[in-house]
Unconditional design. Structure first.
Length: 251
């Protein structure tokens, strides 16, 4: 992590325990920023952003209720929750509003471009506020930044002095092994095949969901994925899109 210029604010492990779940809920209250869901066995990971007071919601939706990324859902079911870590990479210093929403998006954009997480590449480019690039854009970025990202990623936290709370120090064998796996995975990413790129392009049909205050709730690869994220039927969203207001109530 140090070689990549990353300095996580929180690292939560043993996610299957109720104590850790409560700590995530309590320690992240009122916070916003960029998070990572890390598979300690395969060293693959997912990166997303959380608006103010939404870190726990993003965590639980992805790995407990499975309303987020399909790939994360499949990975957790295959490798078990105990083999994952929930990591907060960076905090956004202000309360997220419609006005400064783009700043959080831009911050997430930097991490996605430079870290190129496997769990994001083949599924929806989504977060609590969505992601403004299409899958085609991200495939192009994967080729473009494969070398340059190693030189530029240090700029993400350059000049910042982030520290971990006493309850989650970056010490001990388990924490060190997690960081080393993340570093090795990021530096040794294999290129995506042409066939995989074409499949991603052919199957990408992004859908954006907005909150009533105008901020982006999430961006998804299909209407089906959008429907799953708010626990409603696909037809419900299709019907809403045909109305003038295009409103749908989250279940």
């Amino acid at each position: 992590m140090k070689e990549l210029g990353l300095n996580p604010v929180y690292i939560f492990e043993n996610l299957e325990t109720e104590n850790i779940k409560k700590q995530i809920l309590n320690e992240t209250k009122g916070l916003s920023g960029i998070y990572m869901i890390f598979n300690k066995i395969t060293t693959d990971y997912y990166i997303g952003s959380a608006s103010t007071n939404r870190f726990y919601a993003r965590f639980s939706n992805h790995v407990i209720y499975f309303r987020g990324s399909k790939i994360v859902k499949s990975a957790v079911k295959k490798y078990e929750l105990k083999n994952f870590a929930f990591i907060i990479l960076e905090l956004y210093p202000n309360i997220v509003t419609k006005i400064n929403n783009k700043e959080l998006l831009d911050l997430e954009d930097k991490y996605l471009k430079l870290l190129l997480p496997n769990y994001n590449i083949l599924t929806e480019a989504g977060s609590s506020f969505g992601y403004k690039h299409t899958e085609i854009d991200r495939i192009k970025m994967k080729d473009l930044y494969s070398v340059a990202r190693r030189e530029r990623i240090g700029s993400l936290n350059k000049g910042k002095n982030l520290s971990l709370p006493l309850s989650f120090p970056l010490k001990g064998r388990e924490g060190t092994e997690t960081i080393e796996k993340m570093r090795a995975k990021a530096l040794n990413r294999s290129p995506m095949s042409d066939d995989t790129k074409q499949k991603c392009i052919n199957h990408t049909r992004p859908v954006v969901l907005y909150n009533l205050n105008g901020t982006v709730y999430g961006k998804y690869s299909s209407i089906l994925e959008a429907a799953k994220s708010i626990n409603c039927g696909e037809k419900t969203i299709r019907r809403a899109l045909k109305t003038e207001k295009r409103l749908v109530k989250k279940q």
